[in-house]
Each structure stands twice: as C-alpha cells, then as structure tokens.
Design a protein around this ligand. Structure first.
Ligand code: HEM
Length: 491
C-alpha cells in the first residue's frame, strides 16, 4: 500500500515543474522561502527558469527570469490573469471591492478601462493641472525646515499628489485626516495580503467560525479593517459627491472622482456608487506606497552616488536657470538623463521583488510539465533586475544603461508586472517622480553624513522600502529659494 502510494506520488510529481525535494502530503511547501523570498527563490532555482512549490492544498509557481515572465504573464495572459483568493484581505476586510483582488471579468475590464482613461496616457493632459507646483513648494519648504523628517515629508508629497489626481482634494499640511486614514488602510492591507500570514486564507471555511468566537480578537480586527477600507474608498468618494452637489470646497472638477461622478446616471444604485468609489480608491491603494518607496530610494541613491547626482543636477540647472521655474509634467522629454535615472531607480530599487501574485485560471502545460489550475504565480522581479546578462554589473547604480543607441532592457517590462494585470498607474508614477525629482535636484543638496553613511538595504516585505537612513539636506543656493517661493505663490 505504502509502496504503491509512493509510486503514484512520484509519477504525479514527475510531471510537475522543477522544485525542491518533495514529500507526501506536505509536498515541498516546507522549503518555500518565508524571508528574503526573491533572493532565496533564485538560489533554490539554480538554472531553472521556473520553480514549483506544492503541498497542503496549495501550489505556487515562481518565474525566475525574463523569458518565463513573458511566456506566462504576457503570452498566456488569458490564463494567468487571475488573483489568488485572499479571504481575509478581500471578503472579510473589504478589499474585494478593489481591482487588485478582483478576478478577470466584465467589472474588472470596466474598472481597468476607467483607470486607464484617468491615470494612463490619455489622462496625462490633466496631470499638469492637478500636480501643482505649489505642493512641491510646500514639500521643499518642509524638507528644508526639518530635514531629519524627510521620510515623513516624502509621504506627504506623494499622498498629496495622489489625492489631487484621484479626488482633486488638497490635503492639509499636517496630519490630513484623509491621508492618515488611507495610509492606515494601506498599511493594514500590506499585512493582510502577506501570503501565509492568515490561517483563514489557508482554510477558508474558518471564515464562518473564527469571526464568531468571542476571544482571539478576530471579530474586532475585522471590524477595524472594514472601517479602514471604507475610509480609503467610500468616504473620500462621498466627500467629492457632496462638494459637487453643494459646489463647496476646493475640489478640482478635472479629478478622476469628479469626472466619474459627473458621468454617473442619476439613477445610480448604491452598488454602482460602491463600484465607482473603489474605481477611484484603487489610485491611492496602488499608487501611494509604491511611489513613496521609489522616492525614498532616490534619496538613498543620491547619497550613495554623488557623481550621478551632479550629472542630473547639471541637466536640471540648464532648464531652471533658463526658464526660472520648475519644469511641468509635459516637459520630461527635455531631461533624458533624469528619465534614465528614474528608469534606473525602477531597476535598482525594484519595489515589488516578487511582483504581485497572479493565479492560473486553467491547467497549463510547459515543456512537458503540468501546472495545475489555481496555482499562485509569483514573478521574481528582483532576480531579473539583477541578471548580469541583462544588466552588466547589476549592483551599480548607472542611469547611463538606458541612454545611447543600445540601451539595456527597460525595467518597466517587469517592475510593473505584466499581461492583463500590468500596473495601470505607470505613466502617473513616472510623471510624479519626474516632478518631485526635478524639484529636489534643482533646490536641495542631498549628501550622506560622513560618520553615518546610509546602508544599502531595503525592508523584507512584499512592497519594500529603503531601511530608514539619515542624510544631510541643505538649500543649494539663494536662486533655489526663489524657485521655491515662486512655486509657493503658484496657487
Ligand atoms: C513606482 C511606482 C509603481 C510601481 C513599481 C508599481 C508596481 C505595480 C506592480 C508590480 C503591480 C502588479 C502587476 C501585476 O500583478 O502583474 C501593480 C499593480 C497595480 N498598480 Fe502599480 N505601481 C506603481 C505605481 C502605481 C500608481 C501611481 C498607481 C495609481 C494609479 C498604481 C496602481 C496600480 C493598481 C490599481 C494595480 C492593480 C492592477 C490589477 O490588479 O489589475 N500603481 N503595480
């Protein structure tokens, strides 16, 4: 009996893609890396372009190189565009309204279409009106006043940019209630979406039991999470609706939310409104933590690579000294070095080292291996960003990689995901980065303290950030102060 079970198990496993040694029932799930997933996954994979983990009712496929990513995420995107069911984050905490956890279908397509119209290339004409120089001026003044709090100020600037595009809302300079609530929701979501954290995600039937038990804290936590997700989606939507109705408050009519509300039928149901609220809520959900991480990595790169900083500053100075102002959102094509620097940030400081989990919607065959339906698919963006065949000397921060007649692979091919789920906010992210970086380079001198050099380290989370570090930030010149003052006077 035992022998025939072992033979059967071996024959099934032989058809499965390569992965660490496997045992009955638990499979090879015990080898699935819990920490530093991307680095460990690459070590485990060796030369294999895919690695497979299975057992305890779960199966996970990791794509380790560019070819595997384009084969699975792009070429087979109809089959690999699902998301794994996250019962805790989705159904219980309320994130199932967002696009991030939605399965492909009519509503998914409609949400993506609306988002592309607002934050993709076709929405770019509004970025100039909504991403105001005034906010950049406020931010630069904050940084110069309290440079040791630059991490906090970075969150403020990108929170403000996102709130402006999504809701046309101008946050207060300190402790804005909408930004605070949205940040809390996103902080909680990142914890909720971390694979393997919640027993309810492994055994979904527990959703009927655990929240009803008076001890263990599930009931209270779920109620708190639901409040947070409402504060991220429904509350700001209702605020804009109210402002449009009463024509009160400083709400820009070009914002994504205002234009969705104006297009809604007067007979819209509560479900229609909830759908619209989440369509806009996706912008903060997907766009804040990611861009803040990139912006903080920019400070790190400027401390560690002063020569790159000087080259970027020289390019920005040519513009600001000629025009006597900061560049606007439509002028990035005049800054090839700065654009290459942003590309290098997407590669060097890749934010989602294991991408975002996709799920196979059907069985798939690959070089004689069978990948079953409902397999979670992770893509090792970090391994691609460090592939020496694509990026010689990958640990070096070198924007020049992306310049000249033979540039290296654009990291947007993997750092923003792929296929049907590719990040819809890529253009907005690049625009916000361009505005913020050009303003910083024009006005701030960012250097490391000689006795406290920053490390070269990022947190070990699904969306990673540089580990907090200190840097010395001063005003570059009296002219720089004039540009900040001019920006402050603008709006
Ligand atoms: C540097 C900045 C950013 C990076 C590195 C980034 C990266 C990513 C990645 C890796 C994914 C997963 C794609 C996949 O599953 O294949 C994603 C999805 C997403 N991103 Fe971004 N993102 C950034 C900025 C933004 C911005 C500014 C927005 C605002 C609109 C945004 C909105 C979203 C949304 C809504 C999704 C989910 C799409 C879906 O599930 O279909 N992201 N992003």
């Amino acid at each position: 009996m035992l022998v025939s079970f072992a033979l059967w198990h071996r024959s099934v496993c032989r058809k499965l893609p390569p992965g660490p040694a496997s045992f009955p029932v638990v499979g090879n799930m015990m080898s699935f890396p819990r920490r530093e997933k991307a680095q460990r996954a690459r070590e485990l994979a060796g030369v294999c372009e895919i690695t497979y983990f299975h057992g305890l009712g779960q199966s996970i496929l990791i794509l380790n190189n560019r070819r595997a990513v384009s084969e699975f995420l792009v070429r087979r995107c109809d089959i690999t565009g699902g998301r794994p069911t996250m019962t805790m984050a989705g159904e219980l905490a309320g994130f199932d309204g967002s696009i991030i956890l939605r399965q492909p279908g009519k509503e998914f397509r409609e949400m993506r279409k609306n988002m592309s119209g607002a934050v993709g290339k076709s929405g770019a004409s509004n970025f100039n009106k909504l991403l105001r120089p005034h906010d950049l001026g406020v931010y630069l003044s904050k940084v110069l006043r309290t440079p040791n709090q630059f991490f906090k100020h970075n969150r403020w600037l990108f929170g403000t940019y996102i709130m402006s595009v999504a809701y046309g809302y101008r946050p207060t300079e300190h402790n804005d209630p909408f930004i605070t609530a949205a940040e809390r929701a996103m902080f909680e979501f990142i914890g909720l979406a971390e694979p393997g954290t919640w027993i309810i995600d492994i055994f979904p039937f527990l959703k009927h039991i655990l929240p009803k038990i008076p001890f263990g804290g599930y009931k209270e936590s779920i109620a708190r999470f639901r409040e947070s997700t409402k504060a991220l989606s429904v509350t700001p939507f209702q605020m804009v609706k109210q402002a449009i109705r009463t024509q009160e408050g400083a709400i820009a009519s070009e914002s994504f939310c205002a234009s969705l509300i104006q297009q809604m039928s007067p007979n819209a149901t509560q479900a229609d409104e909830y759908f619209a609220a989440w369509t806009v809520g996706n912008v903060y959900a997907g766009g804040s933590d990611t861009t803040i991480s990139s912006f903080c990595s920019f400070y790190l790169a400027m401390c560690l690579h002063p020569v790159v900083k000087q080259k970027a500053q020289a390019e920005v100075d040519l513009f600001t000294e000629r025009m006597n102002r900061f560049p606007n959102a439509n002028e990035s094509d005049q800054f090839p070095y700065l654009c290459a620097l942003i590309s290098e940030l997407h590669r060097w400081a890749v934010i989602a080292p294991m991408g975002a989990a996709h799920m196979s919607l059907e069985d798939m065959e690959y070089h004689g291996h069978i990948i079953p339906k409902n397999t979670t698919i992770l893509f090792n963006s970090w391994a691609i960003s460090q592939d020496p065949e694509l990026y010689p000397n990958p640990s070096e921060f070198r924007p020049e990689r992306f310049l000249g007649s033979n540039p290296q692979l654009d990291p947007r091919e993997f750092a923003f995901g792929g296929g049907r789920r590719i990040c819809p906010g890529m253009d907005l992210a690049d625009t916000m980065m361009f505005l913020a970086l050009s303003g910083c380079l024009a006005t701030l001198e960012i250097t490391s303290f000689p006795d406290r050099p920053p490390g070269h380290a990022w947190t070990d989370r699904f969306a990673r950030h540089p580990v907090p570090f200190e840097c010395n930030i001063t005003l570059r010149s009296s002219k720089a102060q004039e540009w900040i003052d001019a920006a402050l006077a603008d709006g």
